[in-house]
Design a binder for this molecule. Structure first.
Ligand SMILES: Cc1cc2nc3c(=O)[nH]c(=O)nc-3n(C[C@H](O)[C@H](O)[C@H](O)COP(=O)(O)OP(=O)(O)OC[C@H]3O[C@@H](n4cnc5c(N)ncnc54)[C@H](O)[C@@H]3O)c2cc1C
Ligand SMILES: *[C@@H]1O[C@H](CO)[C@@H](O)[C@H](O)[C@H]1NC(C)=O
Ligand SMILES: *[C@@H]1O[C@H](CO)[C@@H](O)[C@H](O)[C@H]1NC(C)=O
Ligand SMILES: *[C@@H]1O[C@H](CO)[C@@H](O)[C@H](O)[C@H]1NC(C)=O
Ligand SMILES: *[C@@H]1O[C@H](CO)[C@@H](O)[C@H](O)[C@H]1NC(C)=O
Ligand SMILES: *[C@@H]1O[C@H](CO)[C@@H](O)[C@H](O)[C@H]1NC(C)=O
Ligand SMILES: *[C@@H]1O[C@H](CO)[C@@H](O)[C@H](O)[C@H]1NC(C)=O
Ligand SMILES: *[C@@H]1O[C@H](CO)[C@@H](O)[C@H](O)[C@H]1NC(C)=O
Ligand SMILES: *[C@@H]1O[C@H](CO)[C@@H](O)[C@H](O)[C@H]1NC(C)=O
Ligand SMILES: *[C@@H]1O[C@H](CO)[C@@H](O)[C@H](O)[C@H]1NC(C)=O
Ligand SMILES: *[C@@H]1O[C@H](CO)[C@@H](O)[C@H](O)[C@H]1NC(C)=O
Length: 413
C-alpha cells in the first residue's frame, strides 16, 4: 500500500454517459494503484468520510450528477447521485406534486442519506429514505457500470442499501415517490418541563405514553422531542398528515419550514456550508422506563451542562416505531436490505449482546471498527456483508475507517 498524503479530488463533468465512463476509469485506476475511493454526494458525513476526513483517498465528487426527473405516470423519480434533499423535494414537487420520506435539512445529499437509512418526520408514513429505493445505477469495484435492483445483481443491490460506502458509487437512484399529503406542522415547548428533573421526566413519560398507546397515533404522525440550547429549551416537534380544523399547509411549504431556511433550493455548485460538531446515536426497540429517563435529565441538567455548558450541545429523540409505523414494513428480515435499523422494531438482532444499536447516518468516528460494525449492523448482517465484500470488492477499492472489511482484519490506511 502506497501512502499518498493528500486528498485526490475528482469532480466530474455531468451525468452523461461520458461522465459515467469517467467514474469507471477513476475507479479502475484507483483500484490498480490501491488508492481507496469514496463518493461525495452532499458531503454531510459527520465523520467527513467523503471529504477531508482521511488523507490518501480518491474522492469522487458527484456534484454535477444533479438531475431530478419524475415519470409522473409511474411516480418513479430518477435522481442523480449528487442531488441535495432540498432540490430533490422541490424537483419532484414541481414536476408532479410528489413526495418522498427523508430528513429535514435541505443541504444533505441523497448519496449518503438514502443509502444508510434516512429518517424524517414523514418516515412513519413512507418508510425510511432507503425503503423507497427501487433500483440503482452504480459503478462497482471492478469498474463495471450496472443497473441493479431486486432481480438484477441482487447481492449488490442488497449491500448498497445499507453499506454503499463499502460497495460502489451510485450515479442514479430510482425512487418510488408518493402523492404529497397536506401537512400540519406543530411544536410545543414544555416550559414547566424545564423547571425540575421530576417535571422533565414526567413530560417525557407522557409523550412516550401518548406515542405508544394513544388511539389517534398512526403512520400520519411524525414526532420528536428536542432538548435544545444546552437544555434551555424542551420542545415536542412534529408533523401530522391530514387536514382538520387547524389550517393545513401544503407538503412543500411544510418542508421549507422544517428545513429552517425558508427555501429548499440549494445552490447546485460550490455549496460548502459547514459546521463542526460531534454526534452519538442510540436506537432501541424498547420503551423507556422512568429511571433511565430521570438519569438522562439528571445528567443533562447537572452543573456545567445547562447554561454554563463548556460547549454548545443539544439532543433529539425521535419516534421511529409505534402504532402503524411504516418503517421496516417492507423488510422485516435481514434479506431485504443491509440495514439493521428495521430490527429495532421487529426484534433487534444484537439484543443478546447489547440492548441498543447505532444509526449509520449519524456516523460516530470515535467508535473503534469492531464496535462500529456491531452497533451499525449486528453480527449476522455484518457476517453477510463481509462475505459480499469478498465477492464484490476483495481489494478494498471502497474504504473508510469504518467500512466493511473482507475478513476480521483491521486493515487501515
Ligand atoms: C445538518 C445536517 C442535518 C441532518 N439531518 C438529518 C435528518 O434529518 N435525518 C437523518 O436521517 N440524517 C440527517 N443527517 C445525517 C445525514 O443523513 C448523513 O450525514 C448522510 O450520510 C449525509 O449524506 P451526504 O450524501 O450528504 O454525505 P456524504 O458525506 O457525501 O456521504 C456520506 C457517506 O456516504 C457515501 N456516499 C455518498 N454518496 C454516495 C454515492 N452516490 N454512492 C455511494 N456512496 C456514497 C460517502 O462515500 C460517505 O461514506 C443530517 C446531517 C447534517 C450534517
Ligand atoms: C405530467 O407530465 C406531463 C408531461 O410533462 C404534464 O403535461 C402533466 O401536467 C404532468 N402532470 C402533473 C400532475 O404534474
Ligand atoms: C463486475 O462485478 C459484477 C458483480 O459481481 C459482475 O456482474 C460483472 O460481470 C463484473 N464485471 C467484470 C468486467 O468483471
Ligand atoms: C422486485 O420489485 C418489484 C417492484 O417492487 C416487485 O414487483 C417484485 O415482486 C420484486 N421481486 C422480488 C424477487 O422481490
Ligand atoms: C412542574 O409542573 C407542574 C405542572 O405540571 C407545575 O405546577 C410546577 O410548578 C412545575 N415545577 C416544579 C418545580 O415542579
Ligand atoms: C403511562 O401509561 C401507563 C400504562 O397505561 C401508566 O401506568 C402510567 O401511569 C402512564 N404514565 C404517564 C406519565 O402518563
Ligand atoms: C451553550 O453553551 C455554549 C458554551 O458555553 C455557548 O457558546 C452557547 O451559546 C450556549 N447555547 C445556548 C443556546 O445558550
Ligand atoms: C432560493 O434559493 C435559490 C438559490 O439557492 C434562489 O435562486 C431563490 O431565489 C431562492 N428563493 C427564495 C424564495 O428565497
Ligand atoms: C425475507 O424477506 C424477503 C424479501 O422481502 C422475502 O422474500 C423472504 O421470504 C423473507 N424471509 C423470511 C424468512 O421471512
Ligand atoms: C426487542 O428485541 C428483543 C431481542 O431481539 C426481542 O426479544 C423483543 O421482543 C423486541 N421488543 C419489541 C417491542 O419489539
Ligand atoms: C470473525 O469474528 C467473529 C466474531 O466477531 C467470529 O464469529 C468469526 O468466526 C470470525 N471469522 C473469521 C473468518 O475469523
Amino acid at each position: 500500500m502506497t501512502y499518498i498524503p493528500i486528498l485526490i479530488s475528482l469532480v466530474l463533468a455531468s451525468a452523461s454517459l461520458h461522465a459515467k465512463a469517467q467514474i469507471t476509469a477513476a475507479v479502475s485506476c484507483a483500484s490498480k494503484y490501491e488508492i481507496p475511493v469514496q463518493a461525495k454526494s452532499g458531503g454531510h458525513s459527520y465523520a467527513s468520510y467523503s471529504t477531508d476526513g482521511y488523507n490518501g483517498i480518491l474522492m469522487i465528487d458527484l456534484e454535477n450528477f444533479n438531475s431530478v426527473s419524475l415519470d409522473n405516470k409511474t411516480g418513479i423519480a430518477a435522481v442523480g447521485g449528487g442531488v441535495r434533499l432540498g432540490n430533490l423535494a422541490q424537483g419532484i414537487w414541481d414536476q408532479g406534486r410528489r413526495a418522498l420520506g427523508h430528513g429535514t435539512c435541505p443541504g444533505v445529499g441523497i448519496g449518503g442519506h438514502f443509502t444508510h437509512g434516512g429518517y424524517g418526520y414523514s418516515s412513519r408514513a413512507f418508510g425510511l429514505a432507503l425503503e423507497q429505493i427501487i433500483g440503482l445505477d452504480v459503478v462497482l469495484a471492478n469498474g463495471s457500470f450496472v443497473k441493479i435492483d431486486n432481480e438484477t445483481l441482487g447481492d449488490a443491490y442488497y449491500a448498497l442499501r445499507g453499506a454503499a460506502d463499502s460497495f460502489g458509487v451510485v450515479t442514479t437512484f430510482y425512487l418510488q415517490t408518493s402523492t404529497a399529503p397536506e401537512v400540519i406542522k406543530f411544536s410545543y415547548s414544555f416550559l414547566q418541563g424545564l423547571e425540575s428533573i421530576e417535571n422533565a421526566t414526567a413530560v417525557f413519560m407522557g409523550v412516550q405514553n401518548f406515542s405508544l398507546y394513544s388511539p389517534v397515533v398512526d403512520r400520519n404522525l411524525g414526532l420528536g422531542v428536542t432538548l435544545g440550547g444546552n437544555a434551555t429549551s424542551y420542545t415536542v416537534h412534529g408533523t401530522w398528515f391530514g387536514s382538520s380544523s387547524v389550517e393545513p399547509t401544503d407538503w412543500i411549504t411544510s418542508l421549507a419550514m422544517l428545513g429552517g431556511e425558508g427555501n429548499l433550493t440549494v445552490p447546485l455548485h460550490g455549496f460548502l456550508q459547514q459546521d463542526n460538531f460531534y454526534a452519538k446515536s442510540v436506537s432501541t426497540n424498547v420503551s423507556f422506563a422512568e429511571e433511565p429517563i430521570r438519569k438522562f435529565f439528571e445528567y443533562a441538567y447537572s452543573a456545567g451542562r445547562g447554561l454554563n455548558a463548556p460547549i454548545s450541545w443539544f439532543s433529539i429523540i425521535n419516534l421511529y416505531g409505534g402504532p402503524d409505523s411504516q418503517i421496516g414494513a417492507e423488510g422485516k428480515n435481514g434479506s431485504w436490505a443491509a440495514y439493521s435499523g428495521f430490527d429495532d422494531l421487529w426484534g433487534c438482532r444484537i439484543c443478546h449482546e447489547r440492548s441498543y444499536n447505532a444509526y449509520l447516518n449519524y456516523i460516530d468516528p470515535e467508535l473503534d471498527r469492531d464496535e462500529a460494525w456491531h452497533l451499525y449492523y449486528g453480527k449476522p448482517l455484518f457476517e453477510r456483508l463481509k462475505s459480499l465484500k469478498r465477492d464484490l470488492d476483495p481489494g478494498y477499492v471502497f474504504w473508510n475507517p469504518q467500512s466493511i472489511p473482507v475478513w476480521n482484519d483491521t486493515w487501515v490506511l
